[in-house]
Ligand binder design. Structure first.
Ligand SMILES: Nc1ncnc2c1ncn2[C@@H]1O[C@H](COP(=O)(O)OP(=O)(O)O)[C@@H](O)[C@H]1O
Ligand SMILES: O=P(O)(O)O[C@H]1O[C@H](CO)[C@@H](O[C@H]2O[C@H](CO)[C@@H](O)[C@H](O)[C@H]2O)[C@H](O)[C@H]1O
Length: 482
């Protein structure tokens, strides 16, 4: 196979139009241009009559921030399935047609939508299992395919693109494996792969096992080879139900009979919350054992919370009345002294949990996607993850309660029941996580992380779902009341 050209013949406007239509592009609503397109190379594993799969990195530059801003330039991975003939079954994923120097005229489609294209990744990851050390290097493209031992891929399993809400693109190979292709990519180890690698090798039952991953070494980068993680292959959790949907269903059951008390009805989530608390405790223990622990002066953690508060108030002025109260709470954290820190999930909420027949599994260890990679991999207090889950129980109860807003009759009963549902779930989760033992320091820290998260959510909702902003704002008001 010959190396494809460094500058592909694709029209940048074609990509601008396409990005704007996708679910995963994070720059919608911002003024941007496609400033460069970097062709990585072709995925090996092609077959006669199948597509050539070309990987490319699309560089996007935003004009709404200064030239030196960290979020001015982003890179998105857009793999292309190239065919000599038009493929009408892929019309919805069509990008354009143009002349490729090595291939002639091609019809190009977003490869994630094409099972023939996704089979190339699958075949190559399968081949990597028998390569020395489970590592297959494709010298032409600089792509490297890694496999962990213990699972034989089913090459008969067909690829289907996952249709849920996602910031990346996942493809299920039947019920055998799931491949997540990262869309917004940066140089450096992807935390989702790194954490799944650690937990899989530690035989954790609390995550989907890692089967392998794909990386690209950019040999032209200044100072030598720069590694970009492009995709992750893992166990497909066949019996999984989404934790957020289960929690909503639980609250809804409660309201279907307003006379029924939570503890006696189907709408009690306490048992699941207990199991979730134990699951998180197990994950934190394994991460502490296998990645390590340390300490950080509490004034540094408090400083980060205070530093996030200032721009948050600027972005969401409804926070202003509570700024003094929140600052006082963060000040109490500053006085706590040295605090234990370790690798954590970093963005934990019910939408990152899956209930399977074998218990809860936690997914998506990438951290908050909006934060720079260097920040996301820093050790943090485990109470950050606990706080994320507590906030999520609150969200679930409030979202269902609000869906009854047009029916004033019984609203007080519903408000009371919703709060009771959330409080029971929070208490059970917390008792299970902490084994019923929290120090005064733990309590101050947890309160502060809950406040920090609610502040973040107020900004998130202001920008994404303005009609939901009162949910986190009410929590901020309870914590930071003057
Ligand atoms: N191993 C798995 N098996 C089955 N479904 C999964 C698995 N991992 C994730 N999912 C589903 O895919 C969704 C998106 O996964 P996630 O890792 O959160 O993607 P993203 O990083 O793009 O947000 C999850 O909410 C879950 O419903
Ligand atoms: O896209 P991510 O999953 O990384 O997280 C972002 O979006 C979440 C919403 O999808 C948002 O979560 C907030 O809303 C949830 C309900 O939709 C709720 O369960 C969470 O507790 C609440 O934080 C998350 O904050 C944001 O980073």
């Amino acid at each position: 196979m010959t190396t494809p050209p460094a500058i592909p013949p694709i029209d940048p406007q074609t990509l601008v139009d396409y990005l704007g239509r996708t679910r995963w592009f994070g720059g919608k609503g911002r003024p941007f241009a496609v400033s460069a397109v970097r062709r990585i190379g072709a995925v090996p594993g092609t077959v006669e009559g199948g597509p050539t799969v070309l990987l490319q990195l699309v560089e996007v530059t935003y004009s709404d921030v200064p030239g030196d801003a960290a979020d001015r330039v982003e890179h998105y991975q857009v793999p292309l399935a190239c065919y000599a003939q038009a493929q009408t079954r892929l019309d919805h994923a069509f990008l354009g047609w143009w002349e490729e120097p090595e291939l002639g005229w091609v019809h190009a489609y977003d490869a994630l939508h094409d099972r023939e294209a996704m089979a190339c990744w699958q075949r190559t990851l399968h081949a990597a299992a028998t390569a020395p050390e489970g590592v297959l290097v494709d010298a032409d493209s600089g792509l490297t395919f890694h496999r962990l031992p213990g699972h034989d891929l089913d090459l008969q399993a067909r690829a289907t693109l996952f249709s849920g809400e996602q910031s990346n693109s996942s493809v299920a190979y039947g019920e055998d494996a799931l491949m997540k292709v990262f869309r917004k990519v940066t140089p450096g180890a992807n935390p989702d792969i790194a954490i799944h690698d650690v937990l899989t090798r530690a035989n954790s039952d609390d995550v989907a096992s890692l089967y392998g991953w794909v990386e690209w070494v950019d040999s032209e980068a200044e100072g030598g080879g720069e590694v970009w993680d492009l995709a992750m292959l893992q166990q497909f959790l066949r019996t999984a139900s989404d934790g957020w949907e289960l929690a909503l269903a639980s609250v809804r059951t409660l309201f279907s009979d307003p006379e029924t008390h939570a503890a006696q009805s189907g709408g009690d989530f306490a048992g699941e919350a207990t199991r979730l608390g134990l699951t998180l405790r197990g994950i934190h223990a394994l991460l502490a054992e296998h990645v390590g622990t340390g300490t950080t002066p509490s004034r540094e953690l408090a400083g980060l919370m205070a530093a996030r508060l200032t721009p948050a108030v600027a972005a969401a002025s409804d926070l202003a009345p509570y700024e003094a109260g929140l600052t006082a709470l963060f000040g109490r954290v500053a006085a706590l002294g040295e605090l234990p820190v370790q690798r954590v999930h970093g963005d934990l909420h019910l939408g990152q949990t899956l209930r399977t027949s074998l218990g809860w599994k936690i997914v998506d260890f990438e951290g908050e996607p909006a934060r720079p990679l260097a920040d996301r991999v820093l050790p943090d207090s485990p109470w950050r993850d606990v706080a994320g889950m507590l906030r999520s129980f609150d969200y679930a109860s409030r979202v269902v309660e609000r869906s009854w807003a047009d029916d004033p009759e019984g609203s007080e009963v519903r408000a009371h029941q919703a709060q009771e549902w959330a409080n029971r779930a929070k208490n059970h989760f917390l008792v299970a996580y902490s084994d019923g033992a929290m120090s005064e320091t733990d309590k101050v820290l947890l309160d502060a992380y809950v406040a920090d998260k609610a502040v973040y959510e107020t900004v998130y909702e202001t920008r994404n779902r303005p009609t939901w902003v009162d949910i986190p704002l009410q929590a901020v008001a309870e914590i930071g009341a003057p």
